[in-house]
Design a protein around this ligand. Sequence first.
Ligand code: ATP
Length: 299
Amino acid sequence: MTTDSPGVADHQTTPAPADVDVAISVRGLRKSYGVHEAVAGIDLDIARGEIFALLGPNGAGKTTTVEILEGYRRRDAGEVSVLGVDPARADARWKSQIGIVLQSKGGDSELTVAETVRVQASYFANPRPVEEVIGLVGLTEKLKARASSLSGGQQRRLDVALGIVGRPRLLFLDEPTTGFDPEARRQFWELIGQLRQLGTTMLLTTHYLDEAEALADRVGVIAGGRIVEVGIPAELGGRHLAPARVRWVEDGRRREETTATPTAVVQALSQRLGGEIPGLAVQRPSLEDIYLQMIGEPA
Ligand code: ATP
């Protein structure tokens, strides 16, 4: 694939020796569609073995960014290195190390689940055994079912199977659990945990805050084509330092105190009330509260 920026065309494809622990490195990434700047200067580093979630509202630039990293879309400017290579001019060997689960693929094939995965496996030199992959995504019962007969959530799992059959070192997952029921989402999260143990680096985009919180080592919040913040989920937006709200019931009335030192407040309350504190709850802002603040929506 070529790019339309001379600066990009000159970019080195050979990784620097210091980059061995870095799976993805992005500097000053830009992409416009006509006059609309969808990605407006993104810097990002993702370590090998890390699970990184890109979180952002509709139209924030997540898919555009990820597609550039996958080598599917040209960039206008910036430097990008994925597994040490510029995806704009990656070869088949690089592609064989990348797994991709696109936003929607659809299983309209007349092949069975096993056949579909077997065809995909045939593109790789050292694929995972087909039945093992189907087991990993929880589709063993559907081995002989036609892919077109699967439910939406099951088709998504088949998409994941196709993404991981080639033993990718880096897996891109674009909104992987959209359309899943709660049980399927939990099972999918377990699958991601298993892949993590195998050392797979993962970049996922999601609208689900609980998913980012449950899965990601770090979260990057993206809005208006810019990264607003990167952090571990528990500390995003200074959430762990935000004042806590202590609630309890005293003399039959609900009471509340906002404090930077909730432990001291609870200790003092416990002493005053003689042990157990009725109706005690200590709350920090949720990831959702912080996220809505970051992307400029009223909480
Ligand atoms: P979503 O969560 O809705 O999938 P996203 O964060 O993935 O959104 P993108 O799909 O990257 O966002 O889109 C970013 C912006 O670029 C949007 O305003 C979108 O309308 C625009 N855009 C995306 N693809 C194209 C295209 N092929 N042509 C023109 N504009 C596009």
